[in-house]
Design a protein around this ligand. Structure first.
Ligand SMILES: CC(C)(COP(=O)(O)OP(=O)(O)OC[C@H]1O[C@@H](n2cnc3c(N)ncnc32)[C@H](O)[C@@H]1OP(=O)(O)O)[C@@H](O)C(=O)NCCC(=O)NCCS
Length: 421
């Protein structure tokens, strides 16, 4: 995390996110792989920090860390006997207490003034049996039927951190073991949580070249075979069909990944956004629609004029927002050595205020970081505050790279804003 070099700057840049996340409800899901990680204690430490910053936290955990072999995690065997069930319940109880103990210790270590964090658990989940699947009775494996959202909300209102084990209770008196991934999605949906966060071994999803994918839409995710456990896909679907705005896939293995994801604009993992809009590189087929989008903004003076030739020649610099084949946004990253310009950032007026501008900017910043760019700048006439609110700072035009300064149009008098990466 480059920003850690200057903690004061980092703290100032993080402050909008502290404000943004305060009093928001986040559901976090730690599965066996995450609980087994040597970094798990750091993850829990960051969870207590989030709680201290006023985030309402629900932590859904898995069975005891060593319970299932890797290949069984997606396809756990049926739980046939009451004896097996009691054994598992004892282990889950142990895991819950271990999580609560770690949260308590971390709260105290974070600050001696903050040792009163109360983490609590309860019978929040009503469950039903999975039943017979593929001809095999799944026994005491179940699925959530109802989440007692008012009980959880009351505890969150009381500043408690709610820990939910993968267990549900049926009205018949039976107990069922649940898949923690899909349970977390159901909890997020019931609570209308602002975020649902899953932990993966990598920094979110990665492409074929091994690069992090910073954003994925639910539609794209559907086509990502084998990229994620089916329970996670199911959980994301549940959460996003509820009121949740965002699902995040964050590394459990890298110290600080959760904080970097939540408190920096470029994040550290993958954000899964609802709906079919996709941010992708521009192609020659997009040029006509891009011109249609930016021409009126050039005429109003918001954007500097660019010819079709200029677009064609620099097409590789552009990203577009594609909403089911309709182009509703675009933006470019033009590189000048180790700095780069964010340019032609525009969204369709009929689709404004839906975060597309922010998502485009964040993708352009992510691209800049991947290419080793140290700072980005923007020249703007009418959007100064939009960029200032997103971590840019005012600068003199002399800070522009020489070829850009040579072309600076004094009559246009654009403001120069810079954002170190
Ligand atoms: C700037 C722009 C890209 C934002 O697009 P968007 O899709 O609406 O962006 P978001 O949804 O992420 O952001 C919306 C927020 O920005 C605010 N906003 C929009 N335009 C703004 C401006 N000119 N100045 C300050 N804030 C602005 C909205 O009020 C909204 O605020 P809220 O979240 O508090 O309600 C879009 O307004 C646009 O295309 N502007 C014209 C082109 C331009 O000036 N580009 C920049 C030069 S490179």
């Amino acid at each position: 995390m480059a920003e850690a070099i200057d903690p004061i700057k980092w703290f100032r840049r993080a402050s909008p996110y502290i404000y943004l996340h305060r009093q928001k409800t986040f559901v976090l899901c730690v599965d066996q792989a995450a609980m087994r990680s040597p970094n798990f204690d750091n993850v829990l430490r960051d969870v207590t920090l989030l709680h201290a910053l006023g985030v309402r936290i629900v932590l859904v955990h898995d069975l005891e860390a060593s319970e299932l072999a890797e290949e069984q995690i997606g396809h756990p065997p049926p739980i046939a006997s009451e004896g097996q069930l009691s054994e598992l319940m004892a282990k889950i109880g142990g895991a819950t207490h271990q999580v609560i103990a770690s949260l308590s210790a971390n709260a105290h270590h974070a600050s001696p003034f903050y040792s009163d964090l109360v983490a609590c658990t309860g019978n929040f989940i009503r469950a039903q049996p999975l039943g017979v699947m593929g001809g095999q009775d799944q026994g005491f494996r179940g699925k959530p039927r109802k989440v007692n959202k008012s009980a959880i909300a009351a505890l969150l209102d009381d500043d408690m951190l709610v820990v939910i084990p993968p267990v549900g209770y049926a009205l018949t008196g039976e107990t069922f073991i649940l898949n923690c991934h899909s349970l977390a999605g159901e909890v997020a949906k019931a609570l209308q949580a602002d975020k649902l966060i899953y932990f993966l071994p990598s920094h979110g999803l990665v492409d074929d070249a091994g690069h992090r994918i910073s954003e994925r839409s639910t539609t794209q995710l559907e086509g990502d075979n084998d990229a994620l456990a089916s329970g996670i896909k199911q959980g994301i679907k549940s959460a996003l069909t509820g009121q949740s705005n965002r699902c995040h896939l964050v590394s459990y293995a890298h110290d600080g990944a959760l904080l970097e994801e939540l408190f920096t604009m470029t994040g550290s993992g993958t954000i899964v956004t609802p709906g079919p809009a996709v941010i992708r590189s521009a192609t020659a087929e997009d040029v006509e629609a891009m011109l249609k989008l930016i021409r009126p903004l050039e005429q109003s003076g918001a954007l500097i004029e660019r010819s079709r030739d200029d677009l064609d020649q620099n097409l590789a610099d552009y990203l577009v927002v594609d909403l089911e084949g309709q182009l509703i946004g675009c933006g470019a990253l033009h590189e000048f050595g180790d700095t780069a310009e964010i340019a032609s950032l525009a969204t369709d007026p009929n689709h404004r205020d839906q975060d597309y501008g922010e998502r485009l900017l964040s993708s352009l910043l992510h691209r800049a970081m991947q290419r080793g760019v140290k700072a980005v700048f923007v020249l703007t006439t009418q959007t100064e505050h939009w960029f200032l609110e997103r971590g840019f700072m005012r600068a003199e035009k002399d800070h522009l790279p020489a070829p850009k300064l040579a072309k600076y149009n004094s009559q246009r008098n654009s403001k120069v804003l810079i954002r170190p990466l």
